[in-house]
Design a binder for this molecule. Structure first.
Ligand code: MN
Length: 752
């Protein structure tokens, strides 16, 4: 009980005094019936807590009275909330039941008290998972009636203010909960003053030394600071007065917690943080003129002090998701210090201080109000979503909640101009899933401000996003790396039912079986080779798709039978090398001699000569247009290499007699090597479609194809031989018809 002296009569007087103060606060907000109800609640609470005392020794009833006062004065809540605040500890601490409450005050009060009672002692649980379970309960009640959490915040604030009388262990526990849960909640609900105080009070117990050193420095420098502020605002005041603006200027030092936060995150020394002054100019302006008046004040301030254009924040045109409206700028003072200026109307200030509840007072006044309410509804819906979808571990749940509910937010726009708020760091996929699950599942990319971007693109405030979808798109496990919202994560997890690793393993088993049916033995190299030739990005990608029945078995068999290692592009190129014979090989010799008789100049090697087989070597993949040489292998095959191929050079130096000259047939007209740059949305089979158009449909020869794909969007360079411009234009227009291709441009200079 400490130094507290009990004097019953004095206490009785004090209790009544506090009660009258409370009633005065609600004077204009209550009907006579509500006044009677408040009186009734007060009497019941006094009687119920009669012999109880707080840890400080004070009568217990001081606490519910103070909670009710904070609810009414600092949060702006009305009669029902005040009644609930007065009764909030009754069911927990006395013989009163919820049923009693319902009979005395009706269902609404009962429900709120029920919510408040459930929250009580939530964090007493020893294990994080139990904490999380109970934390869920808090959020459930929060999504039922927002007043539960508002009263709870008032309760917490008073407990934090009186935390000194608790034992240290308990102080730490309560302070930690406050920092972890209640301060962020207050922030999210727009209760800036309460949030700051909760943060400072928790820091006082969690980091007492730092708290003390910062706050003592604040006290020490007060005089100097006041002088500076006075010098700074005097000219502003003068002009505002001359202009007949009704205003109030408030200068408040940053909170201890925000100073410490800034020091930690920005690595700034204490002195420099102190150099940052913030001044708030509040104007009394009717709602229809407030915006124009704020800008008028802005003009006045910036005509006196040079503003930093990078620091202009217009929360008037687009308020923050929690309803905050204000105009911020930073200007250079005469003495070379930056000063942050916040300009807002009285109404905006009230919303900034009291948050959610203040909105009700101004309800139906502006479109912004409706936006804010929609935003809050969205937030509450988000909570329900998380509670519904989260079946992961308790700790996952906690981090989800932290990330999704309390992180900083960005606002972005749909093509129709609807604003969406998302946590900072959200990507295209988060946005798509935020709008609709199907939109997320079918998303292949997006246009952000008309530029094509991949799924993983991190959104910034103000961007307008058009999601691009494809019917054949399927969510992939990798997508989990691209999302931050729990909604997107849960939906992706739902969609990717079986673990990819298992699929790949199963695909491998199936492939081994297919190979053995075709008398081929399995090796990793073989899979890599097949995967590459069939146009898959990796071995696992191929095996995964095989297991998903996405690979045509008959097509696969063709690739297995064709063991020459040909690049799939080459399949479409007519390959008819012209060879001059210099070999000593006997069996080849006969054929070639015969050929040379009919054409003494050269040997035409084509499909007609089935005794001689030629392969396109896989080491350098020569294609039409390359300088090539033939190399006779031990198996009486001719292997075609590029003349600059390292392998060919090595062989030429060792086995000169096996070299044959070769060049490409089909040189009607002069072909010009041209480069095309293409980009678009990647999908399976796209490369094949591109090469089909070039080699198959248009019968053009390719020099090289290079596709680079990153997170669903690809950039490709194709070097191709064309006869003339008409040819080229036809190619470009055909390529543009391929689904997924966004741009096709001719490259004017390139390295061959
Ligand atoms: Mn309480």
């Amino acid at each position: 009980m400490g130094a507290y002296q009990i004097d019953t009569e004095k206490e009785r007087q004090e209790i009544l005094k506090r009660y009258r103060l409370l009633v005065t606060l609600l004077r204009n907000k209550t009907t006579p019936e509500q006044k009677r109800q408040i009186r009734k609640a007060f009497n019941i609470a006094v009687a119920g807590h009669k012999d109880m005392r707080r840890k400080s020794g004070e009568p217990y009833i001081y606490h519910p009275l103070e909670v009710a006062r904070i609810a009414a004065a600092d949060i702006g809540l009305g009669a029902t909330s005040v009644i609930c605040a007065l009764l909030h500890d009754l069911v927990e601490d006395t013989d009163y039941t919820l049923l009693d409450i319902r009979e005395l005050f009706g269902e609404t009060v009962e429900k709120i008290i029920d919510g408040l009672t459930k929250i009580e002692g939530v964090m007493d649980m020893q294990t994080p998972s139990m904490q999380a379970e109970n934390f869920k309960k808090i959020l459930l009640t929060l999504s039922d009636d927002i007043r539960v959490i508002l009263i709870k915040l008032a309760d917490r604030l008073h407990n934090m203010r009186t935390l000194d009388s608790m034992i240290n262990e308990k102080q730490l526990k309560i302070a930690s909960e406050t920092a972890f849960l209640y301060a962020p909640l207050a922030h999210r609900l727009g209760l800036y003053a309460i949030k700051s105080e909760l943060e400072d009070l928790s820091m006082k117990y969690i980091e007492p030394e730092i708290y003390q050193s910062i706050s003592s420095l604040i006290t020490k420098t007060k005089e100097e600071r006041d002088r500076f502020i006075n010098d700074f605002v005097t000219p502003i005041k003068k002009i505002l007065k001359d202009d007949n603006v009704d205003f109030e200027i408030i200068s408040r030092i940053k909170s201890v917690h925000s100073i410490w936060h800034k020091m930690k995150t920005k690595g700034v020394p204490l002195e420099q943080v102190f150099d940052l002054f913030a001044i708030r100019i509040i104007i009394d302006s009717p709602i229809e003129r407030e915006k124009a008046d704020c800008w008028k004040v802005y003009t006045i301030v910036t005509s006196l002090y040079r503003p930093n254009p990078d620091r202009l924040r217009d929360w008037i045109s687009i308020p923050k998701a929690n309803g905050y409206e204000s105009l911020h700028t930073t200007v250079m003072s005469g003495s070379g210090k930056w000063v942050e200026i916040q300009i807002r109307s009285r109404r905006m200030n009230e919303i900034a201080e009291k948050g959610y509840a203040a909105h009700w007072k101004y309800k139906n006044l502006t479109q912004k109000e409706q936006n804010f309410e929609a935003g809050l509804d969205e937030w509450l819906t988000k909570i329900r979503d998380i509670l519904k979808t989260n079946d992961g571990s308790a700790l996952d749940f906690l981090s989800d909640i932290k990330l999704n509910l309390f992180s900083e937010e960005i606002f972005v726009f749909t093509p129709a101009g609807d604003m969406k708020t998302l946590p900072k760091g959200s990507t295209i996929l988060d946005f798509a899933y935020n709008i609709h699950t199907d939109l997320g599942n079918k998303c292949i990319g997006a246009k952000v401000n008309y530029n094509l971007v991949p799924l993983s693109y991190v959104l910034r405030s103000g961007e307008q996003i058009e999601i691009i979808t494809s019917k054949v798109q399927k969510p992939k496990k990798e997508w989990l790396d691209y999302v931050v919202t729990s909604k997107a994560r849960e939906k992706i997890k739902d969609a990717v039912k079986v673990d990819r690793k298992i699929q790949v393993e199963e695909g491998k088993m199936r492939f081994v079986k297919i190979l053995s049916d075709n008398n081929v033995s399995y090796s990793d190299e073989y899979v890599i080779n097949i995967a590459r030739r069939m146009g898959y990005k990796s071995q696992n990608d191929f095996l995964y798709n095989l297991n998903q029945d996405e690979v045509s078995i008959s097509e696969l068999k063709k690739y297995i039978e064709n063991k020459d290692g040909r690049n799939s592009f080459i399949d479409y190129i007519t390959l008819r090398p012209l060879i001059k014979w210099r070999s000593t090989n006997k069996s080849l010799d006969e054929v070639i001699t015969k050929q040379l008789k009919s054409n003494p100049e050269s040997l035409v090697l084509d499909e007609d000569i089935d005794q001689i087989k030629y392969n396109i070597s896989s080491c350098c993949n020569p294609i039409h247009g390359d300088q090539v040489v033939g190399f006779i292998t031990d198996k009486n095959n001719i292997e075609i290499h590029r003349t600059n191929c390292e392998q060919a050079i090595k062989m030429m130096s060792q086995f000169g007699n096996r070299i044959v000259k070769a060049k490409w047939r089909n040189h009607e007209g002069v072909s010009i090597l041209t480069g095309l740059k293409i980009n678009g949305i990647d999908r399976k089979g796209l490369v094949k479609e591109v090469t089909d158009v070039i080699s198959g449909q248009l019968n053009l020869n390719m020099r090289s194809v290079n596709f680079e794909s990153s997170e669903g969007v690809f950039d490709g360079v194709i070097m191709v031989y064309v006869q003339n411009l008409e040819n080229l234009n036809e190619l470009i227009s055909e390529l543009k018809k391929i689904k997924g291709i966004d741009k096709v441009d001719r490259i004017n200079s390139y390295k061959v």
